[in-house]
Design a protein around this ligand. Structure first.
Ligand SMILES: CCCCCCCCCC(=O)SCCNC(=O)CCNC(=O)[C@H](O)C(C)(C)COP(=O)(O)OP(=O)(O)OC[C@H]1O[C@@H](n2cnc3c(N)ncnc32)[C@H](O)[C@@H]1OP(=O)(O)O
Length: 152
């Protein structure tokens, strides 16, 4: 898959500060399939420092996990319906209903981090995703999301 999951979002849902391709001021996070899981790569700029220079502030960590989680939910739901993103109808859009983050150790700025997503369960409009953010192979934060399919 060469296109990011977010690149399949309808235009009207592509303004998110974290991952919207139509938001020139945002982070424009890109998430991809990796086998049965999902992955995004991102380098946090030093301006997103937390209290200690060199480490990211917690909101930035949550933001990356949040956007990767909703993208993962859309991809998991699409595949569960028997097709891939870009095939047939436009992908359903998910919003975060609940997100918990465990901050395990500081997340570095200026160094690539990976965010991964794994499907936990899919039940009706609800998708639960397990998420992890790692730097240099070390997990810095874990997240758990309940994403709910948006009713248009
Ligand atoms: C045209 C406007 C376009 C707007 C698009 C926005 C896209 C932006 C994407 C994001 O940036 S996500 C940002 C942060 N998230 C939000 O702003 C979401 C705010 N919350 C909501 O809009 C609604 O609460 C939500 C859509 C998540 C759910 O409302 P619904 O009325 O569609 O569904 P409902 O309340 O019936 O909940 C559906 C199921 O989820 C469950 N649920 C909802 N919130 C929950 C929660 N917090 N914890 C546990 N379960 C929860 C709920 O119990 C229920 O379970 P069951 O189906 O088993 O009965």
């Amino acid at each position: 898959m060469t296109r990011a999951i977010q690149d399949y979002y309808p235009e009207r849902f592509s303004h998110c500060f974290g991952c919207g391709r139509n938001n020139p001021h945002g982070h424009q996070l890109k998430s991809y399939w990796k086998g049965d899981e999902t992955i995004a790569r991102f380098t946090i700029a030093p301006m997103y420092s937390g209290g200690v220079p060199g480490n990211a502030y917690g909101g930035m960590v949550a933001s990356l996990i949040d956007c990767h989680g909703t993208a993962s939910a859309a991809a998991f739901a699409c595949r569960a319906q028997g097709h891939e993103l870009g095939e047939g109808a436009e992908p359903v859009r998910f919003v975060t209903a609940s997100l918990t983050i465990d901050y395990l150790r500081p997340t570095p700025v200026g160094k690539e981090v990976t965010i991964t997503g794994r499907l936990m369960s899919l039940e009706g409009r609800k998708v639960r995703v397990a998420l992890a953010l790692a730097a240099g192979g070390t997990v810095c934060a874990r997240g758990e999301m309940l994403a709910v399919q948006f009713r248009e």
